[in-house]
Design a protein around this ligand. Structure first.
Ligand code: NDP
Length: 297
């Protein structure tokens, strides 16, 4: 049975966390540290022990956990897991707020929001832009979309987890922002992996090379991101910085060097194809921002 000692924390709103994996545990820990009476539930019950020792109230069932708080956060592996867990609990959830911070797609979020609305559940979709260790630090932020009134009501509680970023009432927006940010990150991960593979092909220390790479990427991003954004929003892609023609001419040097040094080039070949298409379609004087339009087409 979930039970809280409210004597020391009565001014903070209660919250429930369903799912105590790495992330759910970090979320529950942050709520507890901020003084919110926190109810927890996890499929594998042994994971509730450390949090209970810190003052959380373990519930025997998801329905009991949901009933303990006006706000429930759910953090499982996939939306299918969340659907399987919560669809039988519409009665407990009705009239309460559900924040789903499980990673998913905009389509999944909108479908889930429609289901919630049908059952009188205030639904907020969330996208966590942090690893568990960053939760409740200034570096962490979470994207939210969906029921704005519920978001405003529970924002003081959500602020215990990190920065709060409202993206809009379309419930799919938090996931769209989340996946767009992750797309930029994975592009960088691919570039960093290829860069280290290339430098290591000459037996140069990765750690010796790292500061140079890091400074270079920081300098490139600080110009590339706002410059591309302005070009995309205004439709003005002509450049006096670095034309697609010059990039197309230089790019084969990368692929040739990967081959010469014994490094695989499969991550970068699609970029060559895109540059070739840009030139074939008459964009040689434009900057790299033109690629955004080619990808959208
Ligand atoms: P974990 O693998 O550590 O935890 C998964 C959790 O989901 C566990 O509590 C597990 O329960 C539960 N679960 C899985 N399937 C079911 C099910 N069918 N019914 C009930 N419970 C289920 O993952 P994380 O905590 O790392 O990630 C959780 C979510 O957070 C994911 O969507 C992830 O993408 C997202 N996220 C994670 C980040 C990270 O850095 N870790 C960063 C940003 C987002 P049990 O313990 O019983 O197995």
């Amino acid at each position: 049975m979930a039970a809280h000692d409210l004597t020391a924390t009565s001014e903070k709103a209660p919250a429930t966390v369903l799912g105590l994996g790495l992330m759910g545990t970090a979320l529950a820990t942050a709520l507890l540290k901020a003084g919110h009476p926190t109810t927890i539930w996890n499929r594998t019950t042994s994971k509730t022990g450390p949090l209970a020792a810190q003052g959380a109230a373990p519930a025997d069932t998801p329905a009991e956990a949901i009933a303990a708080s006006p706000l429930t956060l759910v953090c499982l592996t996939t939306y299918d897991d969340v659907t399987e867990l919560l669809h039988p609990h519409t009665t407990a959830l009705a009239g309460r707020t559900l924040v789903n911070v499980t990673n998913g797609t905009p389509v999944q979020a909108r479908k889930f929001a429609a289901w919630a609305e049908e059952h009188g559940i205030a639904y907020i979709d969330g996208g966590i832009m942090a690893v568990p260790q960053m939760i409740a630090t200034p570096a962490a932020f979470i994207l939210y979309s969906g029921d704005q009134q519920a978001y405003e009501t529970h924002r003081p509680t959500l602020a215990a987890l990190g920065g709060t970023r409202w993206t809009g009432t379309d419930p799919g927006l938090a996931a769209l922002y989340d996946l767009s940010l992750l797309t930029g990150m994975y592009g960088m991960v691919m570039g960093v992996a290829q860069s280290f593979a290339l430098i290591r092909s000459q037996d140069i220390s990765a750690q010796e090379f790292a500061p140079l790479l890091s400074d270079w990427l920081t300098a490139m991003t600080s110009g590339l991101v706002p410059g591309t954004a302005e070009a995309v929003d205004t439709g003005r892609h002509l450049t006096d910085v670095s034309s697609l023609a010059v990039n197309q001419a230089a790019f084969p040097n990368l692929l040739a060097t990967f081959a010469d040094q014994g490094v695989r080039g499969e991550l970068f070949d699609p970029m060559r194809q895109l540059l070739d298409r840009a030139i074939a379609e008459g964009h040689s004087a434009d900057g790299l921002s033109r690629l955004v339009e080619l990808l959208r087409a």
